[in-house]
Design a protein. Sequence first.
Length: 182
Amino acid sequence: MEAARTLGRRMAEQGLALVYGGGNIGLMGEIARSVIDHGGHVTGIIPEFLKAREVMLQDAQETVVVADMHTRKRMMYERADAFVALPGGIGTLEELIEQLTWAQLGQHSKPILVLNTRGFWRPLLVLVEHMRDNGFIRPGLEVSYGVVDDVEDVIPALKAQANGMAYAGREGRTDPLIGQRF
């Protein structure tokens, strides 16, 4: 939760708006409240059927209620300039994989970053390497994404990705997973 609050604060301080699924619970709700609390802008996009289940955030500057999950994800994709996956559940995993797939298929080249707090995403990262090593992610169909372990590295890493560069980290060392093509 603290990493989520820190990311929200850093986004607001840097003038970066948040586009997310519109809920008031979990890590994304925490980021949204932190962005708002620090003067930033939040757009929540939520399907009608999730308004009660995800406890729709009432304080967002913009809330878009849509009919279904497909519309929600498409609208978030259209409005976002980059994607960050924090630790999460099946929905987070599904959204991350969808963005990786769309990038792999040439549908976008927006930065994708995995915040690997406390090694949460390590099993997925190992699986993706395993898929590549076994020929299931073929040459020419790789997808580029970044991985950082510390929330303080998220915004600098996204900026580096947007500029086509590997992120060297705060200590000047390049994370071996950043900039690799999987």
